[in-house]
Design a protein. Structure first.
Length: 200
């Protein structure tokens, strides 16, 4: 009986945390927080880059779907809906590899390229939703790769890339490189004349 009381008393002394144990736990928590906070900026930048790349790919697919569906567009000059021969994406870096915008256009005249303001279906500005994201290059460093026109024709579903680069298999492709403004990371979107889109 006396032995048991001693044991109970012995456990009673260690029911709480000592100051040293508390300091060790606090130090471990502080170290983990420092590691997470220092990595947060890089993680956030990676997230912005990934989301921005997927937005551009979605817009390319949107132009492709509009062309496939032969979506009609309202023409205010004539007051009627007219079938549009194709839709596309137009990017103009114009010597500035820090552009944050591009246009989805309706190819009203059927020339398989962007012809100017009246054809704009939707302007897309990446700067608001994806801070720090820029379109770094299209088909090579500018110049001469300062514009890219991806056109999806409704008739016979022809994809026109201008300018285009040749692949060994005879297929044509174009690419868009998106980057963070700090230049630390970038991703490239490849668009093939077969309709395939790859992200690298």
């Amino acid at each position: 009986m006396n032995f048991m009381q001693g044991k109970t008393r012995w456990h009673g002394l260690y029911n709480g945390l000592t100051t040293i144990e508390l300091l060790i736990v606090l130090a471990a928590v502080v170290i983990l927080l420092v590691v997470l906070i220092s990595d947060f900026t890089r993680i956030r930048s990676q997230f912005v880059l990934s989301r921005g790349v997927h937005r551009v790919v979605q817009d390319i697919r949107k132009a492709q779907r509009l062309a496939l569906a032969a979506v009609r567009r309202y023409e205010p000059s004539s007051g009627v809906f007219q079938t549009v021969p194709g839709y596309g994406i137009y990017i103009n870096l114009s010597g500035d590899p820090g552009v944050k915008a591009y246009n989805i256009y309706a190819d009203r005249d059927g020339n398989k390229k962007y012809s100017g303001f009246p054809e704009i279906f939707q302007g897309v500005y990446l700067g608001d939703d994806y801070p720090g994201l820029i379109i770094k290059e299209v088909n090579g460093p500018p110049p001469p790769g300062d514009t890219l026109d991806i056109n999806f024709s409704s008739k016979n579903f022809v994809i026109t890339l201008s300018p285009a680069m040749d692949v060994a298999g005879g297929s044509e492709f174009a690419y868009i490189t998106l980057s963070l403004e700090n230049g630390l990371d970038s991703k490239t979107i490849y668009i093939f004349s077969s309709g395939l889109i790859e992200i690298e």
